[in-house]
Write a protein that binds this ligand. Structure first.
Ligand code: NAG
Ligand code: NAG
Ligand code: NAG
Ligand code: NAG
Ligand code: NAG
Ligand code: NAG
Ligand code: NAG
Ligand code: NAG
Ligand code: NAG
Ligand code: NAG
Ligand code: NAG
Ligand code: NAG
Length: 811
């Protein structure tokens, strides 16, 4: 490598003499760059090298002409913009560069602009290294894997910095107080890290600051009133932190403030009305706090002309706020989670708000003659959890631009208008929990744009309207209706994209077709509470990502096939940390909207009650529920391979033989229910290895002998869990085992401590498990709805284009 570089370097020198004597960088800089390049290759896996661009720094060309390198007139490297120079956009995700490879670059002290964004750099930020580059005005380290603390010496030495970004890294600790030394700073972005502690007061001394983005960290403390002294401020973005306290009222001098985003913190108290009178205010996002807005001031009339407003969970009560009527520039409005009442005002339809979120209020009325749906450009409408009623308008197909329509948790009735089939932008439709009805002859044929459909908890009937949904469907939730008939054989050939199929609580009959195993992307299959017959198809075990399989409450017969032990989606454990950044299968990322739909789709039996698992957490759960069927035979030991299982429920079947000791390998299992079967013999001693088990029901079997002991097993001491067996003994049921007692009838009566024990079990149930919420409603949370953005400072151009970039990325 080095030899080659030297040869090319020699060649380069010769060529250089002839062609470009005026714009070559000094030797020591060229050496530094070449060394960096060679380190880069040395530090990366062979397989990664293909990800670097072919033309990356060819030594036979003058270094000032290299991509990403800019020199000043006398010939010193002043700008280094690496991301796009090094890597093709498509490969960015795969690159990993060790932070030590940057060391040679710290010798290029003439640098003014240094941009490493999106280079996959992993490791600590070198304080002494960056501190060497004291001429820097722009330092961009965003979208890497920098970890550890932010070294304070960067701030004491880089006195000329105007733009600094370390967003989207893995940085920890506090923001150093020394940041106050950067008196020239105009934009600061440290968003999407794990920074904690308070926002240093010294930031509020940076008089030139125009943009501050610290969102998505764990910052706490209050927003000091000194913030009002930063009169050049244009954008303040502090969403998703733990900021507390009241909002300061010192905003009146911030005449340039255009963006104030404080969503999802712990702020409380009244919202200062002054915010609505700032001349440049456009994006005001205050939702997701405990702030409160007095909605009964009739005379209130904002002079700001807002484009985006979130007052979600701001304690708005009474009628829809009238003062919004002359906010004609509004494109996004979120008033969800308030107490608004009455009907929607007619002027709302004229306002032309493209994204309207009014979920979880007490609004009423019908959509039948509301023009709301038909306004040009309506993209997202969320009226979930209100009191709307009446039929869906037959002309709903006129809402041509709608992509997301969320109407769950209302009292809509009637059938689905046929004109749904004209909505060719519709991607997500949630009509769950209404009174909609109709047989499958009434179903419209949806356009192929549709990916997610939830019509559960209605009164639809007839055979499954499979023809109605496009092959692009990823989530299909038809549970809790009156659908009947067989599962179509062609399900798998039609819905190749399906990730979640939920048909629970219907009246489906016949066998489960083996072809269902061709749904290779399926993660959730819920057929609970139907009248399905036959055996469990062995082929199910070939679905690679199946994590939740609920076949409970059917008429399934036959043995539990040993092939189920090879359900690979259940064999791996996923811990919370690894999960960060992993693809969460069921989150739909739209172009400019992230919608996380936490629907009741995945409603499982969890400790004898229904438990809603949120879609965002689905990849944490592995559940196998075969309870309440007519399964028989012995339990295959292969089930011990399903190491990711959190819940295994086999209760109310006729399974016999011993409980396989391999089940002691289910190290993450929290709930095991074997009750009401014909298990015999002793309980496996290996159960003492189940360290997070907190619910074990083996009652109503023919088990004998000692109950296994361990710290965890000893806590599972509700006698009801062991009742009606053929002679279990152990400390848990206060029945010593030293007496020979095989065959003796269970002698204990347990009624007296029932309640107490149950409370005990529940208390432990919460440990170590992020449980969703008990609810039968489908709640669609629109998270991160307002498009997130980071300071993408465009270094090559002047500051006015930087400002422009900010807004472009935002709108
Ligand atoms: C890169 O690796 C080669 C061979 O392992 C070595 O000779 C060379 O010195 C390394 N280059 C640098 C800059 O460390
Ligand atoms: C470097 O540039 C020269 C001249 O443009 C070209 O002939 C050569 O193939 C390039 N080398 C690489 C590795 O791209
Ligand atoms: C800082 O720059 C000087 C040259 O100006 C160089 O000798 C030194 O090694 C650099 N320090 C670091 C930490 O790279
Ligand atoms: C900064 O704000 C505080 C409180 O709003 C005020 O008392 C102080 O005088 C201001 N300081 C400067 C330098 O403007
Ligand atoms: C809300 O504003 C109205 C009218 O300005 C006033 O009468 C009422 O007291 C205020 N309510 C609260 C809780 O501040
Ligand atoms: C709304 O109307 C009020 C009173 O007519 C006016 O003072 C205010 O400037 C208007 N706001 C906008 C954004 O047009
Ligand atoms: C919410 O508003 C109601 C009246 O509209 C008021 O009584 C209540 O105190 C407010 N709650 C908070 C936390 O401000
Ligand atoms: C509505 O959608 C059509 C087709 O996608 C598009 O051309 C048009 O610009 C959209 N209208 C608005 C107002 O967004
Ligand atoms: C559901 O529909 C059936 C007819 O298909 C009807 O008899 C029944 O009353 C409906 N149930 C509800 C709750 O609307
Ligand atoms: C379910 O289907 C069976 C036969 O297909 C029928 O007898 C029964 O009434 C249906 N049950 C309900 C609740 O619709
Ligand atoms: C899966 O699909 C393939 C090809 O379409 C087909 O040959 C195979 O029989 C299917 N598997 C099952 C279990 O139906
Ligand atoms: C040189 C300089 O201004 N240093 C200051 C940097 O910030 C720290 C903490 O705010 C001050 O103590 C230093 O005086």
């Amino acid at each position: 490598m080095v030899k080659l570089s030297l040869t090319i370097w020699a060649l380069f020198c010769v060529l250089n003499l002839f062609y470009t004597p005026s714009i070559s960088c000094p030797h020591y800089q060229l050496e530094a760059l070449v060394e960096f390049q060679s380190l880069l290759y040395n530090h990366s896996e062979t397989s990664q090298r293909n990800n670097y661009k072919d033309q990356f720094w060819n030594s036979s060309i003058s270094c000032c002409k290299w991509e990403g390198v800019t020199c000043s007139a006398p010939g010193a490297v002043t700008e280094l913009i690496l991301g796009s120079a090094l890597i093709d956009g498509t490969s960015q995700a795969q690159i990993v560069i060790n932070a030590e490879a940057l060391n040679p670059l710290f010798r290029v002290t003439s640098l003014i602009v240094l941009d490493f964004s999106g280079c996959g750099i992993r490791g600590k930020i070198s304080g002494s290294g960056f501190a060497n580059l004291s001429r820097l005005t722009t330092l961009e380290l965003g979208k890497n894997k920098f970890e550890g603390f932010i070294p304070g010496e960067i701030f004491t030495n880089l006195k000329n910095l105007q733009h600094l970004s370390m967003s989207e890294n893995l940085l920890q600790g506090k923001i150093p107080e020394e940041i106050g030394n950067l008196t020239q700073l105009q934009s600061l972005s440290l968003s999407e890290n794990s920074l904690a502690g308070e926002v240093p007061r010294s930031i509020f001394n940076l008089k030139r600051l125009e943009f501050l983005n610290l969102q998505k960290n764990s910052l706490h403390g209050e927003i000091p009133s000194e913030i009002g002294n930063l009169t050049n401020m244009i954008g303040i973005i502090l969403n998703d932190n733990n900021l507390r306290g009241k909002l300061p009222s010192s905003w009146q001098k911030m005449e340039s403030l255009t963006t104030l985003q404080l969503r999802n913190n712990d702020l409380y108290g009244d919202i200062p009305t002054g915010l609505f009178h700032l001349p440049e205010m456009r994006y005001l996002l205050l939702g997701g706090n405990k702030l409160s807005w007095n909605n009964s001031d009739e005379a209130f009339s904002p002079t700001s002309s807002l484009m985006v407003l979130s007052l979600a969970s701001c304690n708005l009560s009474g009628p829809f706020p009238n003062w919004l009527s002359n906010q004609t520039g509004l494109t996004r409005l979120d008033l969800s989670d308030n107490h608004l009442e009455g009907v929607l005002p007619p002027w709302l339809a004229q306002l032309g708000v493209g994204n309207l979120i009014l979920a979880n209020n007490r609004l009423t009325g019908s959509l039948k003659d509301a023009d709301l749906l038909f306004q040009e450009g309506l993209y997202l409408l969320d009226l979930s959890k209100n009191n709307f009623h009446g039929e869906l308008p037959a002309s709903i197909g006129e809402a041509r631009n709608i992509s997301i329509l969320l109407l769950s948790g209302n009292k809509f009735s009637g059938s689905l208008p046929k004109s749904f089939s004209r909505l060719d932008q519709l991607q997500l439709l949630d009509l769950s929990d209404n009174n909609l009805a109709g047989g499958n002859d009434k179903f419209p044929v949806f356009c192929p744009s549709l990916q997610w459909i939830d019509i559960s908890l209605n009164n639809f009937s007839g055979e499954l309207p499979i023809f109605s949904f496009p092959p692009t469907t990823r989530v299909l939730s038809l549970g809790q209706n009156n659908f009947k008939g067989r599962l179509p054989i062609n399900l798998a050939t039609k819905f190749l994209q399906l990730q979640q199929l939920d048909l629970h609580d219907n009246n489906l009959t016949g066998e489960i077709p083996a072809s269902i195993s061709n749904l290779s992307l399926l993660q959730v299959l819920n057929l609970r509470n139907n009248k399905l017959e036959g055996s469990i198809p062995e082929q199910l075990s070939t679905i690679p990502n199946l994590r939740i399989l609920d076949l409970s409450n059917n008429h399934l017969k036959g043995v539990v096939s040993s092939s189920l032990g090879s359900l690979s989606g259940m064999t791996s454990t996923v811990d919370n940390l690894q999960r960060q950044g992993s693809v969460i299968g069921l989150t739909i990322d739209f172009l400019d909207v992230n919608v996380d739909c936490e629907c009741q789709d995945v409603l499982v039996n969890w400790k004898k009650s229904k438990q809603t698992l949120s879609n965002r957490q689905i990849d944490l759960y592995s559940i196998l529920d075969l309870s309440n069927n007519q399964l028989s035979g012995q339990l295959p030991p292969s089930l011990g391979h399903l190491k990711g299982l959190k819940l295994l429920n086999l209760s109310f079947n006729s399974i016999s033989g011993q409980i396989p000791s391999s089940l002691g390998d289910l190290k993450t299992v929290e709930i095991l229910d074997f009750s009401h079967n014909r298990f015999s013999g002793e309980m496996p001693k290996s159960f003492s290895r189940l360290s997070v088990l907190n619910w074990l029901d083996v009652s109503n079997n023919q088990l004998t002998g000692p109950i296994p002991e361990s710290a965890q097993m000893d806590r599972i001491n509700d006698p009801n869990f062991y009742a009606n067996n053929s002679g279990l003994c152990g400390a848990q049921i206060q029945k010593p085992c030293n007496i020979r007692n095989e065959g003796a009838p269970p002698p204990l009566q347990f009624e007296e401590d029932d309640d107490q024990e149950l409370v005990f079990s529940w208390k432990f149930a919460g440990i170590g498990f992020p449980i969703g919420f008990l609810s039968t409603l489908c709640v669609a949370f629109i998270m991160g709805f307002f498009k997130e953005f980071t300071t993408r400072v465009n270094h090559r151009r002047n500051w006015s284009s930087v400002r422009q970039t900010w807004f472009q990325e935002y709108t």
